[in-house]
Design a protein around this ligand. Structure first.
Ligand code: 4AD
Ligand code: MG
Length: 430
């Protein structure tokens, strides 16, 4: 008898198999028990007939509880009514462990409760679908860059200095010195781009976000490519091609999961090149026309991003924000030095900013001045300034937030469900 996974059951019709899994549900009607058994790859109905199994096994099945672990043996048969197309005629059931009072029942639970039970909540079908989309997205990202000559270059987690502003740093003691959890791998990718031309990193990043919003985690994953001899336009071309490609890939490979999530895939099918590109000033005009009060010079928040994205049926790229609301490393627009050569990509349907990036300041003196203006410790940035001393070239890159992108693709409003174990202000467990 072979051990099989539910996902591969179609190859075993008529055979005796063993499924090792957990009880999802039991229904009984006199001479029959219907066990829904999940094994992580899928759920299959297992029919236990009083006539076919010893009385002891039949009775045991009647007492099975939700999430008890069991090994079911039986014969696979076709069943067009079943969601997987097959069911199992059971000959034996072995109880591995009886679960008592599993806290998540089919009734509705509040989100706070479910977040406390996150270690168990991962077993539910909606969470399965989201996390499979996440895994597919990460695979698509890697494939995209690996197949285009980019080198994967892992960035450090412990860092001596801020990349994205000092207000969201997590500090930790590093043998008597202060270290910070990385906010972004960008500065290291810049060193990598000068060494290898085209690089990317994909890993966890940390920000002490003190605001409770549906878009902010304190630990989130970011994809960050960086390319030498790239300007802002090249950067936008890359971001656009990249996002269109990964969305198409998830659509192609995770259709079933998107169905479980009841995602309107027609909206995702519209994510095709070219994406609209507007300047910050044009964005301000749109926002004012829509009745939002925005100060020219301020960065956009969630409300502005949502309002802007409503105007377009695909991601929109907003470029050339005022330099003063952006990070120290951004290159000034030579045509208007008060603007930065930067770009944010806003996802449609109000999912907010998924990409931030742009062209980097490549002149030694200017960058040194910026570091001073921003009150950053010069010593911690001396290696970064070296990159402008030894063969500095124009270069650009961007960062894509994995969780916001998963949220958008899945149609899940809050980022907390898009990562296995979310870290938010006020949530460190499980
Ligand atoms: O716009 P950000 O801050 O850009 C950077 O960190 C650059 N250094 C990236 C680069 O150019 N290499 O962050 C990039 C993206 C955002 O667009 C957003 O998708 C995501 O990271 N992000 C967050 N996601 C979840 N929770 C948070 N607190 C996030 N902060 C940023
Ligand atoms: Mg940003």
């Amino acid at each position: 008898m072979s051990k099989v996974y539910v996902e591969g059951i179609a190859n075993h019709v008529g055979q005796e198999v063993a499924i090792k899994g957990w009880v999802y549900n039991v229904r009984s009607s006199g001479k029959l028990h219907f066990l829904l058994v999940r094994d992580g790859t899928g759920t299959v109905q297992c029919v236990v007939s009083k006539a076919d199994v010893p009385q002891e096994i039949f009775d045991r099945c009647g007492k099975l509880t939700q999430e008890s672990s069991i090994v079911v043996r039986g014969t696979v048969r076709e069943d067009p009514r079943s969601p997987v197309g097959y069911e199992i005629a059971v000959s034996d059931v072995e109880l591995v462990q009886q679960a008592i009072d599993y806290p998540i029942t089919p009734k509705e639970h509040g989100v706070a409760f479910l977040m406390d039970q996150r270690h168990l909540w991962l077993r539910s079908s909606k969470q399965h679908a989201i996390l499979r989309v996440r895994a597919e997205l990460i695979r698509a990202i890697r494939d995209y860059f690996d197949s285009r000559g980019f080198l994967l270059l892992d960035a450090p987690i412990f860092t001596p200095a801020a990349c994205e502003g000092t207000t969201t740093l997590f500090a930790t003691d590093y043998f008597g010195e202060k270290a910070y959890l990385t906010q972004s791998g960008q500065l290291y990718m810049e060193a990598g781009a000068m060494a290898f031309g085209k690089v990317y990193c994909l890993g966890p990043t940390f920000r002490a976000e003190k605001s409770k919003t549906r878009r902010h985690l304190t630990e989130f994953w970011m994809l960050e490519p960086e390319v030498a001899y790239f300007d802002l336009n090249d950067d936008m071309d890359l971001a656009e091609d990249f996002v269109a490609t990964i969305v198409a890939r998830v659509l192609q490979r995770r259709r079933k999961e998107l169905e479980v999530l009841e995602r309107d895939v027609a909206k995702l099918q519209r994510v095709k090149k070219p994406f609209p590109r507007i300047t910050y000033d044009e964005a301000i005009e749109i926002l004012r026309r829509k009745g939002l009060h925005v100060n020219r010079g301020d960065d956009f928040g969630g409300d502005e991003e949502t309002a802007l994205s409503e105007e377009f049926d695909r991601p929109v790229m907003v470029h050339r924000y005022p330099r003063k609301c952006k990070a120290f490393y951004m290159k000034a627009d030579p045509e208007n030095p008060s603007l930065a050569l930067c770009v944010d990509m806003l996802a449609p349907e109000g999912y907010g900013e998924i990409i931030g990036g742009g062209q980097r300041e490549d002149d030694f003196q200017t960058l040194e001045e910026r570091i001073r203006e921003h009150g950053l410790p010069k010593k911690a940035f001396s290696w970064y300034l070296d990159l402008r001393k030894y063969g500095s070239v124009p270069h650009a890159g961007f960062g894509l937030g994995i969780e916001r992108t998963v949220g958008w693709i899945c149609g899940v409003r809050h980022v907390r469900e898009t990562i296995p174990f979310p870290r938010l202000m006020g949530r460190l467990t499980p």
